[in-house]
Ligand binder design. Structure first.
Ligand SMILES: [Zn+2]
Length: 302
C-alpha cells in the first residue's frame, strides 16, 4: 500500500527562499524527474528503486518547475516536471509508472513518487487564477500558486474518495465489477465524497447508488487511507456492514455486476483465476485481505 511516511516535509521552511536555495545547492540534494506519468529507475523490478539525479545537473538555480519534497535524513529532495518533447522522445526503456512499480517501492520512494505526481498533476492543470484568469506565480518552493493581479493564493488540491468493502452478517463480502472491466475482475466499491458530506455518509450513499445494498450507517469503520495521485485523490478505506440475504441491483452505468463471496468461494475462484482482484499496490486489496484474514492468490495484472 502507498503512503507510509518516510520524508520530513519541512513545511516551515518552504517559504524561506534562502534556505530553499541552500537546499538546492547542497551537494547531497537530489531530484526525482517526472516524465509524463513515468520516472526513471536506478534498479529494476522486482525490487525497484527510483533514479534520483543530483540538482547540479539542472543548474545552480532551482528551475521554476522544481518543487521541494522534503528532507530524506539530511539530504534535500526535489521533484521536477519534464514535459518537453525531447524528454518524451528520449529512451523510455528504463522508465516506469507508479501503477507498474508502486507495490514494490520502499517507503521513501513510495512517498517521493506519489507526492511528485500529485503536486506535478496539480501544477500542470492549474496554471491560471480561477478568479481572474491571470497566470499565477509559484511560491513556497512549489506548494502555493499566487495570483499577481488579485493576490489570491491557491493550494494543491486533494480530492477525497471513499473505498469500501461491504460485509454481511454471514461474513460474506460484496465485490463489484465495473462496466469497463474484464469479466473476471472484481473489487471493492468506491466513489468521491461530495461537498457537504461526511466520508461515512458517502460510503452509505455510494453503496446504495452503485449496487442497491443498504448499509448500516453506524457500522462504517475506517481502516486506513492512501494517496492515489491519478490525478489527485486520497482513498479513504472502510469496512461497512449490511444485513444478510440482500440482493444486489448494479446501476449498469458504473457497476455491471455485484456478487457476495464467502471466504472459501473467493479463495477458490482467485486460485483458479476465475476471479481476479486488484494488485497489492491498492488499498482495495488491503481491505479485501483484512476481511479474508490472510493473503489471497493472484491479481488482475497477471
Ligand atoms: Zn487572479
Amino acid at each position: 500500500m502507498l503512503g507510509r511516511p518516510a520524508l520530513n516535509r519541512v513545511d516551515e521552511l518552504r517559504g524561506d527562499a534562502d534556505r530553499v536555495a541552500a537546499f538546492w545547492a547542497d551537494p547531497r540534494a537530489r531530484v526525482l524527474v517526472l516524465f509524463g506519468d513515468s520516472v526513471e529507475l536506478a534498479s529494476p523490478a522486482p525490487n525497484p528503486t527510483l533514479r534520483l539525479t543530483p540538482t547540479s545537473e539542472f543548474g545552480a538555480e532551482r528551475p521554476s518547475q522544481a518543487f521541494l519534497l522534503g528532507l530524506d535524513g539530511e539530504a534535500p529532495v526535489f521533484g521536477l516536471i519534464d514535459d518537453s518533447n525531447s524528454a518524451a522522445e528520449a529512451d523510455a526503456g528504463n522508465r516506469s509508472s507508479l501503477r507498474q512499480i508502486g507495490a514494490n517501492l520502499n517507503d521513501r520512494d513510495s512517498e517521493l513518487i506519489t507526492t511528485t505526481m500529485a503536486l506535478g498533476n496539480w501544477h500542470r492543470t492549474h496554471p491560471c487564477c480561477p478568479r481572474c484568469g491571470a497566470p499565477t506565480v509559484v511560491e513556497r518552493a512549489g506548494w502555493v500558486r499566487r495570483c499577481p493581479v488579485d493576490d489570491s493564493l491557491h493550494f494543491p488540491r486533494t480530492d477525497p474518495a471513499v473505498i469500501v468493502l461491504v460485509i454481511d452478517s454471514f461474513s460474506n463480502a460484496l465485490l463489484g465489477r465495473r462496466t469497463t472491466w474484464d469479466d473476471t475482475w472484481f473489487s471493492t466499491l468506491a466513489g468521491f465524497v461530495e461537498p457537504g458530506e461526511s466520508a461515512e455518509s458517502a460510503v452509505v450513499r455510494e453503496v446504495g447508488e452503485e449496487v442497491g445494498v443498504e448499509v448500516d450507517p453506524a457500522s462504517v469503520q475506517f481502516l486506513g487511507s492512501q494517496p492515489w495521485p491519478f490525478p489527485s485523490s486520497i482513498m479513504l478505506g472502510f469496512h461497512a456492514f449490511a444485513r444478510a440475504n440482500q440482493g444486489t441491483r448494479p446501476d449498469g452505468e458504473e457497476i455491471a455486476e455485484a456478487r457476495w463471496f464467502s471466504r472459501a468461494d473467493l479463495f477458490r475462484l482467485c486460485s483458479s483465476g476465475e476471479v481476479k482482484i486488484p494488485p497489492k499496490i491498492s488499498i482495495a486489496r488491503h481491505l479485501i485481505e483484512a476481511w479474508y484474514g490472510e493473503e489471497l492468490p493472484g491479481d488482475w495484472s497477471r
